[in-house]
Ligand binder design. Structure first.
Ligand code: PEP
Length: 243
């Protein structure tokens, strides 16, 4: 089965109203329609502004959602609210949220279920720390995090992002071989019989210089890109690395 690749930009807590024209700058940098799915996850404040003026091929996503559907949860954003402003995806369980907000696998799973209930595709993030990699536990840690964070659903309703914590925002990247091995282990652990449909993207200091060798790997179905997605030229070059 050929899985269409997905290149997603995670702007984290960056972006102001003046950045609403990013889609135009990205289109200009690309020069033609991308050969893969392209998703932008700006801060929630920019979602309606960007949704109002973007090319059809550019998908929008949230960076997080509440596990509840609605109600008295001050400051939280529900999956239905994201869908309401045009999102089709939402990132859940990013390592920055696991670290900064103490998010557990159980909470990440509840958020992924809330996303599915609202018709969104959750992008469930997993990844090991440097200590865990250096002590040879990376695969066991990631597979157990993956299984514990996973909602019950068909493989084509979800995306998994393998993001080694030590590679996020550090300029250090997993080698294509190490990333491929981890993606293969994640796919092998998928509990259903439709693992071939599961998209597993890599994240961690992906940039125009390393994207092609990562994206060529058979089980790397795209990228989750932080810093480099803020610059239209760099993001475009990563998208163009999909052959
Ligand atoms: C991320 O935020 O998911 C990420 C991978 O960041 P960066 O590309 O900056 O390492």
């Amino acid at each position: 089965m050929t899985r269409r690749k997905l290149v997603a930009g995670n702007w984290k807590m960056n972006g102001l109203v003046k950045d609403r024209d990013f889609p135009k700058a990205l289109s200009d940098a690309l020069g033609e329609e991308p050969r893969c799915d392209v998703l932008l996850c700006p801060p929630v404040t920019l979602l309606p502004l960007i949704a109002a003026d973007k090319p059809d091929w550019l998908l929008l996503g949230g960076q997080d959602c509440a596990p509840q559907a609605s109600g008295a949860h001050t400051g939280d954003v529900s999956a239905a609210m994201l869908a309401d402003v045009g999102c089709m995806h939402v990132i859940v369980g990013h390592s920055e949220r696991r670290a900064d907000h103490g998010e557990t696998n159980q909470l990440v799973k509840a958020k992924a279920i809330a996303a599915l209930d609202a018709g969104l595709r959750p992008i469930v993030c997993v990844g090991e720390t440097l200590d865990e990699r250096e002590s040879g536990e990376a695969e066991a840690v990631v597979v157990s995090q993956f299984l514990a964070s996973l909602p019950e659903c068909a493989a084509d309703k979800i995306v998994i992002a393998y993001e080694p914590v030590w590679a996020i925002g550090t300029g250090r990247t997993a080698t294509p071989e190490d990333a491929q091995a981890m993606h293969d282990a994640i796919r092998a652990a998928w509990p259903g019989d439709d693992a071939a449909a599961l998209r597993i993207v890599y994240g961690g200091s992906m940039n125009p210089g390393n994207a092609e060798s990562l994206l060529q790997q058979s089980d790397i179905d795209g990228g989750l890109v932080g810093g480099a997605s803020l610059k239209p030229q760099d993001f475009a070059r990563i998208i163009q690395s999909v052959r």
